[in-house]
Write a protein that binds this ligand. Structure first.
Ligand code: ZN
Ligand code: ZN
Length: 206
């Protein structure tokens, strides 16, 4: 698997470029900002981008969406419960940043859907709590956790549509059931593993 992590934008969001070694198909997860940097890396990796997958619709994860979609022609995929966040007016703001031009997703995701690029398969886990349509993407031994689970942290739940009880339920029922050696690549900050989080994440202790 080809994996490139780019830290983009004023909120240091993780954008991931994932590709199949077999046929060079790829996907971009959360093009938060800095479209030129993302597109430059896609070119260097020699990938044909099939999907742009959004773990959720917050501005810090979609800031470069329009430019990256126009340049790659890839399908934009987001959970059904989050799709309206792409339709926000440009005048609205969140976290001190303005929303980009509204855009319609090409594919609406549900829990259990799969996204395939080349020989790689990723399952969609619906993990509401940080926002209603948050997803995590689960591949073989690797999970992209968006703003649901961080390295020794969890997503904030004070933004519109957030719910602490939903977030904890999502983490316990969808993520903590995964094997300890599952790598965790979050929406912000360094990567981790399910085992390290199970043992050390202060929010997950009884
Ligand atoms: Zn967020
Ligand atoms: Zn974020």
């Amino acid at each position: 698997m080809i994996l490139k992590n780019l830290v983009v934008g004023p909120l240091a969001s993780n954008c991931y470029i994932v590709g199949s070694e077999s046929n060079k198909e790829g996907m971009i997860i959360d093009p938060g900002d800095e479209a030129e940097v993302i597109l430059g890396n896609v070119k260097d990796l020699g990938l044909e981008i099939k999907f742009i997958v959004l773990t959720h619709g917050h501005i810090d994860h979609i800031g470069a969406l329009k430019e990256v979609k126009e340049a790659t022609g890839a399908e934009v995929a987001i959970h059904t419960d989050e799709a309206k966040s792409l339709q926000r007016q440009s005048s609205s703001t969140l976290l001190g940043l303005s929303y980009p031009t509204p855009l319609s997703p090409d594919r609406l995701l549900q829990d259990g859907d799969s996204m395939d690029i080349g020989d790689l398969h990723f399952g969609v886990l619906h993990t509401p709590g940080h926002s209603p349509g948050c997803i995590c993407l689960l591949g073989e031994g690797i999970m992209f956790s968006g703003d649901t689970l961080f390295n020794f942290g969890i997503g904030r739940t004070d933004l519109p549509g957030g719910s602490y009880s939903q977030l904890m339920n999502s983490i316990h029922t969808k993520l903590m059931i995964l094997p300890d050696n599952t790598a965790v690549y979050p929406g912000h900050g360094p990567d981790s593993t399910i085992g390290a989080e199970r043992r050390g994440n202060p929010f997950l202790r009884d």
